[in-house]
Design a protein around this ligand. Structure first.
Ligand SMILES: Cc1cc2nc3c(=O)[nH]c(=O)nc-3n(C[C@H](O)[C@H](O)[C@H](O)COP(=O)(O)OP(=O)(O)OC[C@H]3O[C@@H](n4cnc5c(N)ncnc54)[C@H](O)[C@@H]3O)c2cc1C
Ligand code: FES
Length: 337
């Protein structure tokens, strides 16, 4: 006997389809070509697959309670991988999720940028072009290797939207990490890569307020894209870009960013090193990036901030920026969790 079907109505009827009882909402959306971000294989661990369910939602599961804040739960945000279809559902999805596509590409370049960050340049093959906003990310699927499972992980796009045929990524090797180890040790030039995207709402606001960018490690990627985009489109926007690293060996794109600074008076690049030996030839900032930012901007009440990197770095920056007067709603960030 065929199982009962329920309707899934998206954004007030922009799309509607029917799904069998018992299936997960994430898998139903995927089958209907809606590529909701998901980085844990639907196991309720990554917290990426959020959807707002305005009608018909079941109770929250334990994973949802642990990954979704109380205020988001009050706004009826669920993890689509945890929702079993048991009734008709009305859901809301952002345009960026509805527009995400599958891409296949070929790795054209693989460059060691530091001892633990690699730069990839991927030529898109099918489809051959991507449209995205600087700051957004794609998801990359690593295949099974060495007896380890396939994985899907998020990586911010480092290239500008004007380069529609390519996607560049800066990827840090996470010790024993599934996807980054595959990228470092197995991925070869000429090999096929599967991507989905673009995703995310991290991008420059439309305001003209002076901006503080703060990144560490591979958190460079979205800012590299944003700066190329601003310069390429001849947009002037006061930007101070603080980049935190341990030593000089952990810096990359420095010559290019210094050149941007010389050619564009509105742009300032401030690298800061936390573990550089005292007797080295380093003449620029030293110390934790948060302390350096606080020294440059004791009052940042008129600025906006954009942050990318580890959750720890972002949480420390949030404290410093709000302490120095920046309103919380002027701080935009992507945690590379
Ligand atoms: C929006 C967004 C954008 C991002 N952009 C970038 C980017 O531009 N560049 C970048 O480098 N990263 C980025 N990230 C992070 C990236 O998505 C991955 O999280 C990162 O590459 C690690 O993935 P992995 O598969 O290598 O590691 P994972 O396999 O996910 O492992 C992560 C850690 O968990 C440990 N671990 C794994 N399995 C277990 C287990 N069973 N028990 C205990 N510990 C375990 C590993 O040892 C490792 O320390 C981004 C993340 C987000 C959310
Ligand atoms: S796909 Fe990871 S929590 Fe749902």
């Amino acid at each position: 006997m065929e199982s009962k079907k329920f309707s899934i109505r998206i954004n007030d009827g922009e799309r509607t389809f029917f799904a069998p009882a018992g299936e997960s909402l994430l898998s139903v959306l995927f089958k209907n070509g809606i590529l909701v971000p998901s980085a844990c294989g639907g196991n309720g661990r990554c917290g990426f697959c959020r959807v707002k369910i305005t009608d018909g939602a079941p109770d929250f599961t334990d994973s949802e309670r642990s990954l979704i804040s109380e205020s988001d739960r009050l706004h009826r945000v669920h993890l689509s991988c945890q929702v079993r279809i048991e009734s008709d559902l009305k859901i809301e999805l952002p345009a960026s999720t509805l527009n995400a596509k599958r891409f296949s590409g070929i790795l054209e370049e693989k460059l060691l940028l530091t001892s633990d960050i690699v730069g990839l340049r991927i030529r898109l093959v099918n489809p051959e072009e991507i449209a995205f906003i600087s700051g957004q990310y794609i998801q990359l699927r690593s295949p099974m290797y060495d007896g380890r499972e396939s994985s899907i992980r998020a990586y911010s796009i480092a290239s500008p939207p004007s380069d529609r045929n390519h996607v560049e990524l800066n990827i840090r090797l996470v010790p024993n990490g599934l996807c980054s180890t595959w990228i470092f040790q197995h991925l070869q030039i000429g090999q096929k890569i599967n991507l989905t995207g673009p995703y995310g709402d991290f991008h420059l606001s439309g305001s003209s307020a002076p901006a503080i960018f703060i990144a560490g490690g591979s958190g460079m990627a979205p800012f590299h894209s944003i700066l190329h985009d601003l310069i390429g489109r001849k947009i002037r926007r006061d930007v101070a870009f603080f980049f935190g690293a341990r030593t000089q060996a952990d810096l990359f794109y420095v010559d290019e960013l210094n050149r941007f600074m010389q050619e564009n008076p509105w742009f300032q690049f401030i690298p800061a090193l936390s573990n550089e030996p005292e007797d080295s030839d380093w003449k620029n900032e030293r110390g934790l990036i948060t302390d350096v930012v606080a020294r440059y901007f004791p009052d940042c009440s008129k600025h906006e901030a954009y942050l990318c990197g580890s959750p720890g770095m972002i949480d420390s920056c949030l404290k410093v920026l709000t302490r120095n007067g920046m309103p919380k709603d002027k701080i935009y960030y992507d945690k590379f969790a």
